[in-house]
Design a protein around this ligand. Structure first.
Ligand code: CIR
Length: 266
C-alpha cells in the first residue's frame, strides 16, 4: 500500500557489477563504447553516494552473458510488500530477470512473477506516494502493464498507464521522483498531461538527459553536467548530489537504472 512520504525512503539497494560485455550494450545512438575501467569507477561512486544517503548496498556478481545487466532496475520492481520480477521487452535482456529472481528471494518474503503475456521493464515504472505510473514504450506494452496491475492489486496499489514520448527509451528517461508529490520532468513529458495534480520541476531546455534523477532519502542523485537543472532542483528545496555518468550514458543508462532501491524492516 502506498504510504505518504515513503516512496523515496529506502534502507537497501541492490546493484550489479558492470560486465566487460557492456561494450555490446544496447543503445539508440552509437557515440562510442563505454570505457569499462571508468565505468567501474563511476559505478563505485554511485554506490558510495547511495551509502552516504543512508542505504546499505549489495553488489551482485557480474553477468557477462548479459551486457546490459548492470542496469538492474529494469529486471524487477521492489515494493515494501515484496518484489515483482519484470519481463524485459529487449530480447537480449530477458534472461536477466530470471537470473535475478533467486537473489530477490534471499531478501524478500514474497517474490511474484507476472502473468503470461506482455513485456515490462522497471525503467518504465515510477512509484509515487499515491500510485504506480507506467509508461508504454518500445519495451513495455499494455499487456505487461495490465499484468503488473493484477500482481500488485492486493498489495493496495493502483497502476496508471501513460505513454513514454516517442523515441525516448524509458518513461523514467524523462522523469524522476523528487518527493512523494513532486516530479522532475522534461517539458515534452509534462506536456502530455501525465502528471496533472503533481507538483512539477522542469528540466532546463537542452538538459533533457538530466531528467533521470533519483531521490534517495534526503538526497537527489543526478548526472553531472546539467548545471541549470541542478540549480532548479536546489531552488525547489532539494539537496542535489551530482555524479559522473558519462560511461552509462553511452549505453542509455542513468541514475535510476543502476540500482533497485527498497525499504526493509531493520
Ligand atoms: C538498454 O537499452 O536496455 C540499456 N542499454 C539501458 C537501460 C537503461 N535503463 C533504465 O533507464 N532503466
Amino acid at each position: 500500500m502506498p504510504t505518504p512520504g515513503q516512496s523515496y525512503r529506502f534502507t537497501h539497494a541492490i546493484l550489479r557489477q558492470p560486465a566487460d560485455s557492456i561494450v555490446d550494450g544496447l543503445r539508440a545512438v552509437d557515440t562510442g563504447n563505454p570505457d569499462i575501467g571508468l565505468f567501474r569507477q563511476q559505478h563505485n561512486a554511485y554506490r558510495a553516494a547511495l551509502e552516504v544517503a543512508g542505504v546499505t548496498t549489495t553488489v551482485l556478481d557480474v553477468l557477462e552473458a548479459f551486457p546490459d545487466s548492470v542496469f538492474i532496475e529494469d529486471a524487477a520492481l521492489c515494493l515494501p510488500e515484496g518484489a515483482v520480477v519484470m519481463r524485459p521487452g529487449a530480447a537480449s535482456r530477458l534472461g536477466e530477470a530470471a537470473a535475478l529472481a533467486p537473489d530477490l528471494g534471499t531478501v524478500f518474503d514474497e517474490v511474484r512473477a507476472l502473468p503470461p503475456g506482455g513485456t515490462i521493464e522497471g525503467g518504465d515504472v515510477l512509484v509515487t506516494d499515491r500510485e504506480i505510473l507506467v509508461g508504454r514504450s518500445a519495451r513495455t506494452d499494455g499487456d505487461g502493464i495490465d499484468g503488473l496491475a493484477r500482481v500488485v492489486a492486493d498489495w493496495g496499489y493502483t497502476v496508471r498507464e501513460l505513454s513514454t514520448p516517442p523515441d525516448v527509451l524509458h518513461f523514467k528517461t524523462d522523469c524522476g521522483l523528487l518527493d512523494g508529490e513532486t516530479i522532475l520532468t522534461t517539458e515534452r513529458l509534462a506536456a502530455t498531461g501525465a502528471f496533472d495534480g503533481y507538483r512539477l520541476v522542469a528540466v532546463a531546455p537542452g538538459e533533457e538527459a538530466a531528467a533521470n534523477a533519483v531521490r534517495v532519502n534526503d538526497h537527489v542523485l543526478m548526472p553531472a553536467g546539467f548545471p541549470a537543472t541542478a540549480a532548479r532542483i536546489r531552488a525547489a528545496g532539494f539537496t542535489v548530489v551530482e555524479l559522473p555518468n558519462t560511461e552509462a550514458a553511452k549505453v542509455d543508462g542513468g541514475m535510476s537504472c543502476l540500482s533497485l532501491r527498497f525499504a526493509r524492516p531493520a
